[in-house]
Write a protein that binds this ligand. Structure first.
Ligand SMILES: [Zn+2]
Length: 232
């Protein structure tokens, strides 16, 4: 080994040590950034939950865990989801990679699913609606109520009006999937506006019958009347 090789070897060694140190520092910074991000998100979640509890006069039983990648169980379209709530694990998944998925909006909506499921499980008649089933009517009704109420926990708290009208409610079962969030929110809004948490709980336990699915304004009237009778 001549002097030139020794110098070159030394230079390479120094470069690789410096690079290694930088990589290590970067990794360290990434971990610190992640913890800071996670802490901010948890804080946001709790803040939103307290706001919902106060507005609706409800009580959450616990605070779900938070994760930031949408899990594989949602299939290949999972990267298009803003959020997802897994009830078995009590985890909210928030997709931090999509810019349009606002963290507050997504957390308010997803944590509502945790409330709805727990309330539903307290009541035996509700059980059928949370199990996945081949009965398309039950699936549509379950989605409509789940998403409509969850949207209220987000939009309703901010008193966001809906452009949706009764005339736009679908006449065919398969058309509900195109409007499930807007139609659901539009359906439950007047009920929860008036009865807050009592309305939420009553809706969870009294979803529309398959016949009422095609006359949702009448269903809404029925629920309002029943609640008025009950709380008068
Ligand atoms: Zn949802």
């Amino acid at each position: 080994m001549n002097l030139r090789e020794i110098i070159l070897g030394g230079v390479f060694l120094t470069i690789s040590i410096v690079t290694g140190v930088f990589q290590e520092l970067n990794r360290h910074q990434e971990i610190l950034d992640f913890f800071a991000y996670d802490k901010t998100m948890r804080h946001k979640l709790v803040q939103n939950m307290r706001e919902q509890e106060k507005f609706l006069n409800i009580k959450y039983k616990n605070i779900p865990e938070l994760k930031y990648l949408i899990p594989r169980e949602l299939g290949k379209n999972r990267r298009f989801f803003c959020g997802y709530y897994n009830q078995e694990k009590n985890i909210i998944y928030y997709n931090s990679e999509i810019e349009m998925c606002g963290p507050d909006e997504t957390l308010r909506h997803e944590v509502a699913h945790s409330y709805i499921i727990k309330k539903c499980l307290e009541n035996k008649t509700c059980k059928n609606y949370r199990e996945s089933t081949d009965d398309e009517f039950k699936m549509v009704i379950s989605n409509l109520m789940n998403e409509g109420i969850a949207e209220y926990f987000d939009r309703g708290l901010k008193n966001k009006k809906t452009e949706f009208t009764d005339e736009e409610l679908p006449e065919e079962l398969e058309d509900f999937k195109f409007v499930i969030y807007d139609a659901g929110y539009h359906l439950v809004k007047p009920i929860i506006d008036e009865f807050r948490g009592k309305g939420v709980d009553y809706l969870i336990q009294n979803p529309p019958t398959p016949e009422e699915l095609f006359n949702l304004p009448a269903y809404r009237e029925r629920i309002l009347e029943e609640l008025n009778d009950f709380y008068d």
